[in-house]
Unconditional design. Structure first.
Length: 136
């Protein structure tokens, strides 16, 4: 079995931001030379999340707007008494900071419109993306 571990960094530019990281993940899979296996993508952060869905400018704005409306900043969250980012922690916990994708014939298995995106909830920041590829 092959195991390939990659760490990359992504810069976000706004408090709420969305960065398409599909190419970074696909590059790691290609470099791994794994033909069949799995790819774990993980953000070791408590205020960012991973989305696997369509990346299109209007839906990108919709993802961010959904988070803002569903888990609004400054809504009286108790953690805001410490550092004013409770919304980011709650959204990250709800959405998740990791995703696992199958690999078949050396390629990520994903839908036609499915991209992998880092959702920034407390930026701007420099975010670490951890990618682990395992298989044969």
């Amino acid at each position: 079995m092959r195991v390939h571990f990659v760490e990359k960094y992504v810069e976000t530019t706004q408090r709420f931001d969305l960065v398409n990281i599909t190419d970074i993940v696909e590059d790691a899979v290609r470099e791994s030379r794994v033909r069949d296996g799995i790819c774990l993508v993980h953000l070791p952060h408590a205020t960012a999340a991973l989305i696997a869905n369509e990346y299109e400018p209007r839906i990108v704005r919709d993802y961010i707007e959904w988070v803002r409306k569903t888990i609004p900043p400054g809504a009286g969250w108790r953690h805001d008494e410490i550092d004013d980012n409770a919304h980011a922690h709650i959204a990250s916990a709800a959405i998740g900071a990791s995703r696992i994708f199958p690999i078949r014939n050396g390629r990520l298995v994903r839908g036609t419109w499915q991209e992998i995106m880092l959702l920034e909830l407390d930026g701007p920041r420099r975010r670490r993306v951890v990618i682990l590829v395992m298989g044969i």
